[in-house]
Write a new protein. Structure first.
Length: 163
């Protein structure tokens, strides 16, 4: 059985593709890429079919991650096939939980930074879209920090799953 994670931000061109790429790398490093799949989407469809923001691609590739991406909009029907839906900020969290068809589906939605013990009370990954490259670097740092804890949680779930 494959464990599926979807990262969600607003337009699916900055934060969520960055989180997807970093998490896929962590999954591969852990040797779980045959059991865990990651993808991403946006709460809106404004950028559907577009690649990631060039600044996202630049930061990812400069740090050794894959920058290949095509934006899409999250659909409520996807909850049925997903194990975790990872929101990049509290606005996404609320939108996704409202979109969830069932209470069980709503419980699948979590904030990415909730997996980073050093994050404190500020669990939002700020949107770097309207700023400079430094915002994308900061976003990557937050994503990397949270990805370790997320991987540990997913590993626990996967190891408890019958394959």
């Amino acid at each position: 059985m494959t464990y599926r994670v979807c990262f969600v931000c607003t337009g699916n061109i900055c934060r969520s593709p960055m989180a997807e790429s970093v998490f896929r790398a962590r999954v591969a490093e852990a040797g779980l890429d045959d059991r865990v799949e990651a993808d991403s989407a946006g709460t809106g469809g404004w950028h559907e079919g577009d690649g990631a923001d060039p600044r996202t691609v630049r930061v990812l590739t400069e740090h050794g991650y894959d920058g290949e991406h095509t934006a899409r909009q999250f659909q409520a029907s996807w909850f049925a096939r997903l194990d975790l839906v990872i929101a990049l900020d509290s606005g996404h969290l609320k939108s996704l939980r409202r979109l969830a068809p069932t209470e069980e589906d709503a419980r699948k939605v979590r904030l990415l930074r909730s997996y980073d013990p050093a994050a404190g009370d500020d669990l939002d990954v700020p949107d770097p879209y309207y700023g400079g490259l430094d915002g994308f670097e900061e976003c990557l740092e937050m994503v990397e920090a949270a990805s370790e804890g997320l991987l540990a949680a997913v590993r626990d779930d996967v190891e408890g799953t019958t394959v």
